[in-house]
Ligand binder design. Structure first.
Ligand SMILES: [Zn+2]
Ligand SMILES: [Zn+2]
Length: 204
């Protein structure tokens, strides 16, 4: 699989600070990860064998989230040109799209923002996801609710190595993308019950 990106999660991110996150996708399969059919309670052994899609015989992606003491690999990825990923601290801004509907429920403002607020779009770790559609939530096989970790915006492209073919169904020539370029929200198990206990929710 192609390593698309990796980063150390800053220490001030709740539950996942200090973890290392890596996102992989198969060079020959490119699709959205559709949660339809995945129950909100994910079944036992879900992280060992994430569900296949009709376009791929098995899971064509993998997200690793761990805090083991490992060292960098000596070689860069064979498909993508290595780039440095720098994050800087930012302030989240949370908004409610349809405040009339929410507040007419009689909900107080704090819980209305907690239940319905969406954050700023962008490539970001932590904060509040900027859901493009309804929020989605899943429960890990271990019983914990998955928690949002990071967001990758629509059509985030990664420059390919010159000697590699164009990605299947790419949105931009010369670049590979994750999940057909869909907005991606990574949700992960706060108990770290499995090194791959992270699920890419796609929306557009
Ligand atoms: Zn494949
Ligand atoms: Zn779990």
């Amino acid at each position: 699989m192609i390593l698309f990106f990796q980063f150390d999660i800053p220490a001030d991110i709740a539950l996942f600070g200090g973890d290392h996150l890596l996102i992989f996708q198969c060079p020959e399969h490119n699709d959205a990860v559709v949660a339809q059919g995945a129950p909100e309670q994910l079944p036992p052994r879900f992280w060992d064998t994430p569900p296949p899609l009709y376009t791929a015989p098995g899971a064509f992606w993998r997200i690793m989230l761990h805090r083991d003491d490992t060292s960098p690999a000596p070689d860069s990825d064979e498909y993508l040109r290595p780039q440095r990923l720098d994050f800087r601290p930012a302030t989240e801004q949370v908004a409610i799209w349809w405040p009339g509907n929410v507040l007419s429920d009689g909900e107080d403002l704090d819980s209305a923002f907690a239940d319905h607020g969406i954050g700023l779009p962008g490539f970001k770790i932590g904060g509040v996801p900027s859901w493009a559609q309804d929020r989605e939530s899943y429960t890990c096989p271990c019983g914990n609710d998955l928690v949002y970790v990071c967001q990758v915006p629509t059509d985030t492209g990664f420059d390919k190595q010159h000697d590699r073919p164009e990605q299947l169904d790419t949105f931009r020539s010369g670049q590979y993308g994750l999940f057909l370029g869909n907005e991606t929200y990574v949700l992960a198990c706060p108990a770290h019950c499995h090194p791959a206990a992270a699920w890419p929710v796609n929306q557009n």
